[in-house]
Design a protein around this ligand. Structure first.
Ligand SMILES: C[S@@+](CC[C@H](N)C(=O)[O-])C[C@H]1O[C@@H](n2cnc3c(N)ncnc32)[C@H](O)[C@@H]1O
Length: 260
């Protein structure tokens, strides 16, 4: 089977609900909402639905501020509105002027490019801050990097930054490639090193993103970054038993360089 873009399309007439139920039996409301969606077209890979559930469900019913990059036909904004609830502040940005026609339907739509940090900052300012970012825009490596650099520092603590359709990282048309330096998964490697800067002498390469990078999760074509306070790591020994004290004494000596 060819592995190029455009493959993996579901067979014509696939029962979406049945496919989701068979593969992801613990999927919550989002599966049903997606499968029964009658509004504007929304296009999602099926394995993304449990990922949204896993990282976004805790925001449902709250005044969560969500920014989606990539409005297209407006369908996803409608789906998020139905799933997240009436109190959510939902904004979408898109480079295509014609997406402005969806402004006010299920969220606010602003027109501009995801690689324009000033535009993104203005939108977040208008939103009053941002708790959730979903990058479903151009999927070009340079754009993904630019948006992340601009938006991750603006994300609230406890917020989540999601990037989907990262199969584009393997496709040259999107600036990626299996061995390409710009493949976004190489950036993640840098972020892993930044996150562990406590333990090595290398430079922090992405301070704007590394500050507050509390976790990262890689799924097929999907990356999720957690934003939160990050403290200098410390470890302790607790417990009062003799063996506990012996372990603590040993650790103290190791720390002072008296023992290995
Ligand atoms: C995959 S579609 C979005 C699909 C939509 N989120 C959904 O789930 O139905 C990608 C969208 O990103 C927009 N886009 C492309 N380049 C962009 C850029 N530089 N900045 C913002 N949006 C961009 C396209 O116009 C297109 O509407």
């Amino acid at each position: 089977m060819s592995k190029r873009a455009g493959t993996y399309r579901a067979p014509e007439g696939l029962d979406v609900a049945a496919d989701l139920a068979a593969k992801y039996p613990s999927l919550g409301d989002l599966g049903g909402l997606y499968a029964s969606h009658q509004g504007a077209v929304v296009h999602k890979w099926h394995h993304y639905l449990p990922i949204y559930e896993r990282y976004m469900a805790r925001f449902r019913g709250s005044r969560v501020r969500m920014l989606e990059i990539g409005v297209a036909q407006g369908g996803s904004l409608e789906l998020w509105r139905r799933w997240l609830g009436p109190d959510a502040v939902i904004f979408g940005v898109d480079i295509r002027e014609k997406c402005a026609r969806f402004d006010g339907d299920h969220g606010q739509v602003r027109i501009g490019s995801q690689d324009d940090p000033d535009f993104l900052a203005r939108v977040v300012d208008e939103m009053g801050g941002v708790d959730l970012v979903l990058d479903d825009g151009s999927h070009e490596m340079a754009h993904i990097e630019a948006s992340l650099k601009a938006l991750f520092p603006l994300l609230s603590n406890g917020g989540v930054y999601l990037i989907e359709d990262l199969h584009s990282a393997y496709w040259t048309r999107w600036g990626g490639g299996l061995q390409a330096k710009a493949n976004f998964f190489n950036s993640l490697r840098d972020l892993v090193d930044d996150m562990h800067h406590w333990y090595h002498d290398g430079e922090v390469t992405r301070p704007m993103v590394a500050t507050g990078l509390a976790g990262m999760h890689i799924h097929d074509s999907f990356v999720v970054l957690d934003k939160d306070m990050v403290y200098e790591p410390i470890h302790t020994f607790v417990g009062t038993g003799d063996s506990g004290r012996a372990v603590a004494r040993k650790a103290s000596k190791v720390q002072k360089g008296e023992e290995r």
